[in-house]
Structures are given as C-alpha cells and as structure tokens.
Design a protein around this ligand. Structure first.
Ligand code: HEM
Length: 134
C-alpha cells in the first residue's frame, strides 16, 4: 500500500489489484511457453536459462506495476534498451514477442481496465525495444 501525506493511500497498486506475484508469474510463464517454441525468439536464449529469464521479466513487470522493487535490488537500473542491445530485436521479433505476450494476457483475463493498460504498455515498450531493421 502506498503512503501519502495524509496516511495510507485509498487505492492499492495495480500489482495488488490484479493478484500480485501469482498473477505475474502465471502471465510470464505462459509467455515463455510461447517463446521457447518460437523459431525466431528461442535461439536468442542460448543458455536456455528459462527459469532465470522468467524471474527477470516477472520481477521487472511486478516492479513496474507497483509491486516489490526486487528487480532493481538485484539487477540495478533496468536500462532495457541497453540490455537488449546484444539481441537482434527486429520488427519481426517484436511482433512475435507481442503475440506471445498477448496470448498470455488472453489467458490471464485481467479486469478490462488493467488488461487494456497492460497491453498498451507492453505494446509501446516492445516498439521502443526494436534495434535492428534488417
Ligand atoms: C520486442 C521484443 C523483445 C525481444 C526479442 C526480447 C528479448 C530478450 C532477450 C533475448 C533477453 C535476454 C534473456 C534474459 O537474460 O532474460 C531479454 C531480457 C529482458 N527483457 Fe526482453 N525482449 C523484448 C522485449 C521486451 C519488453 C517489451 C520488455 C519489457 C516490457 C522486456 C523486458 C526484459 C527484461 C526485464 C529482461 C531481463 C533484463 C536483465 O535484467 O538482464 N523485453 N529480452
């Protein structure tokens, strides 16, 4: 719960409203089920450290939506564009990434406003991550 100058805020964070860690874990696991079967995206994870990747994306998204700041405590400032530099994030890779994320969100069935906000955010973030056009 966020605290304001007059005491605890009356609203919860988005993170809490959608069900906290359990919900983010479900979305990210479903997302990576798609990624590991994707012929373009899967080879970008040569170490096959799927559990590590699941943790990093889940912790990042939780932090973004008002949950615990564990991601930054362990990984530092996100600097996502920089961290994606080594990977060929082409428009095709972006569209595939978004397809798997949207499939995961379809299954999560978040409340409509949260669902729309989440999709809008990942769409914008994915477009911002593109770093190769060939
Ligand atoms: C647009 C297509 C994208 C592709 C192809 C892509 C691919 C990758 C790859 C290959 C990694 C390294 C695996 C790992 O060690 O975790 C990674 C890491 C990560 N990605 Fe993406 N990504 C994309 C978009 C995004 C978006 C939109 C977000 C956030 C909303 C995101 C968040 C992250 C995070 C948090 C990490 C871990 C960073 C770290 O702490 O090292 N990615 N991504």
């Amino acid at each position: 719960m966020r605290t304001g100058e007059n005491g605890p805020a009356v609203t919860d964070t988005v993170w809490a409203q959608v069900g906290g860690t359990e919900t983010f874990e479900r979305i990210v696991r479903r997302f990576y089920d798609g990624v590991r079967e994707d012929p373009v995206l899967a080879p970008m994870y040569p170490d096959a450290d799927w559990e590590g990747a699941i943790w990093r994306l889940r912790a990042f998204l939780e932090q973004y939506w008002g949950g615990p700041a564990t991601y930054s405590e362990q990984r530092g400032h996100p600097r996502l564009r920089m961290r994606h530099g080594p990977f060929a994030v082409t428009p095709d890779a972006r569209d595939r990434w978004l397809r798997h994320m949207n499939a995961a969100l379809d299954e999560a069935e978040l409340p409509p406003l949260h669902d729309a906000a989440f999709r809008d955010y990942v769409e914008r973030a994915a477009h911002a991550m593109v770093n190769r056009f060939e």
